[in-house]
Design a protein around this ligand. Structure first.
Ligand SMILES: NC(=O)c1ccc[n+]([C@@H]2O[C@H](COP(=O)([O-])OP(=O)(O)OC[C@H]3O[C@@H](n4cnc5c(N)ncnc54)[C@H](OP(=O)(O)O)[C@@H]3O)[C@@H](O)[C@H]2O)c1
Length: 135
């Protein structure tokens, strides 16, 4: 089985997304710029799986140094993950994707940023302790 991880940035109360973007999109403060840079560093050479909206936000250069795979609700998580037996696979969201892949994730990389404004997508702490049906 692949080494399955999650990479997430959240606000103070678990804010994840707003209007299809990061809630802090466009904020040029060092903290936010460093978070994006870190995403690219941490995932370099690895597989990133994510839903269609999250994938559509990746810039073209993101595809150069990592394997980016769009996952859909029709895909079976076990089948998707079995495609990458020797790889590190980062589950990159959004929430519906973490809902389903959380039981397979053994390492969570969560950066809690100082943002404390609006959101329409939220982190769910239950993901951290989600068990798969067969455990
Ligand atoms: N802060 C962060 O770290 C972070 C990371 C990622 C995303 N975000 C934010 O989250 C928002 C985007 O997320 P989103 O949830 O709206 O859209 P999304 O990224 O497209 O993810 C949700 C979609 O994934 C698909 N999916 C794939 N496998 C699935 C499964 N097994 N079960 C259910 N659905 C599955 C579904 O689309 P189909 O039914 O069409 O297949 C679902 O609608 C944006 O605001 C983005 O900025 C934030």
């Amino acid at each position: 089985m692949a080494d399955i991880r999650a990479i997430i940035a959240i606000g103070q109360r678990g804010q994840l997304g707003l209007y299809g973007e990061m809630p802090w999109e466009g904020n040029k403060n060092r903290e936010y710029v460093a978070d994006v840079a870190r995403f690219f560093e941490v995932t370099r050479g690895h597989v990133v799986i994510a839903g269609p909206k999250t994938i559509s936000a990746f810039p073209d250069y993101a595809y150069k140094e990592r394997t980016i795979v769009e996952v859909r609700s029709r895909d079976k998580p076990e089948e998707v993950l079995s495609r990458f037996p020797e790889r590190v696979v980062y589950v990159g969201g959004g929430p519906a994707v973490w809902d389903v892949y959380a039981p397979f994730i053994r390492h969570w990389d969560i950066n809690r940023l100082s943002y404390d404004g609006e959101a329409d997508r939220w982190f769910n702490p239950a993901w951290l302790v989600a068990a798969s049906d067969d455990t």
